[in-house]
Design a protein around this ligand. Structure first.
Ligand SMILES: [Ca+2]
Ligand SMILES: [Ca+2]
Length: 265
């Protein structure tokens, strides 16, 4: 019995590694040496939304490319979510022979409020072989819709004598941070029913006592104060103070009302 065994050899697969080596590009790939993003914070609550409740969130960026040997032929900017997944991409063709140059553009996407999380912009420049010498990254923030400021408490003394100091206090908070509080103020209604200060709000201070009408103890702690001496000309009787806080989005808190009775010295 005759057995024929045919073996076919090919060097195709064995030579793969050698081909790769031969095609390996020589020279230094282009790299990103700086990245500026503006704005780096987007206030979602200020953006118009479409019928699907999506807002167009856009970050402008300016990236500086450094090319030593091989020219950069393309630039890719990506917006990454917290899990490192790419959720928006911008590809830009490049044709610049300078050793260093900047590229500015915008990376935008449509976002719903429940899709807000921490984002990163990553930018790469690639040579003709698709190599990048190193990316640049920047964190960007999308702020959720604005929260109204809260007036947590307000205080006025029961009784103050003419010539004594009246000190009013209000404690405020804002889920967007105390830095989002734009002003804390009150209206003063006199015993005769007329609003004091020509009906204008009277500003309170969280400045640690810098302003002469402050009376504030600690700056920046969300406790606002107003302090003034009751003049001899003051009406006697009960003053009614209505307190409010307002944030940078012009959202106003609910009010709190307190009363103080001014009496003879
Ligand atoms: Ca707010
Ligand atoms: Ca304070």
């Amino acid at each position: 019995m005759k057995r024929i065994v045919a073996l076919i050899f090919t060097t195709l697969f064995l030579s793969c590694g050698d081909n790769t080596t031969l095609n390996e590009p020589k020279g230094i790939a282009p790299e990103l040496i700086s990245l500026q993003v503006s704005p780096d914070t987007v206030f979602f609550g200020l953006l118009p939304t479409d019928a699907q409740a999506r807002a167009r969130v856009a970050f402008g960026f300016s990236a500086t490319v450094k090319q030593v040997d091989l020219l950069a032929t393309s630039l890719r900017a990506e917006l990454l979510n917290a899990r490192g997944e790419t959720i928006a991409t911008k590809e830009i063709a490049l044709q610049n022979t300078a050793s260093q140059f900047s590229v500015s553009d915008t990376l935008a996407l449509l976002l719903r409020r429940n899709e807000i999380e921490s984002f990163t912009i990553a930018v790469n420049a690639f040579d003709e072989f698709g190599r990048s010498g190193g990316n640049a990254r920047a964190s960007v923030v999308v702020r959720p819709p604005n929260a109204r400021p809260q007036l947590l408490s307000a205080f006025s003394p029961d009784t103050v004598r003419i010539g004594e100091f009246l000190v009013l206090r209000a404690t405020v908070n804002d889920s967007d941070g105390l830095g989002d509080i734009a002003s804390v103020f009150y209206f003063s209604r006199r015993p005769d029913g007329v609003l004091a200060n020509q009906g204008n709000p009277i500003q309170m201070y969280d400045d640690g006592g810098v302003n002469p009408f402050s009376g504030d103890e600690v700056a920046g702690d969300g406790i606002y104060s107003f302090r003034a001496q009751v003049p001899p000309t003051s009406l006697l009787g009960t003053f009614t103070y209505t307190f409010y806080a307002r944030d940078r989005f012009n959202a106003q808190s609910d009010s709190l009302v307190r009363q103080t009775t001014i009496v003879q010295p």
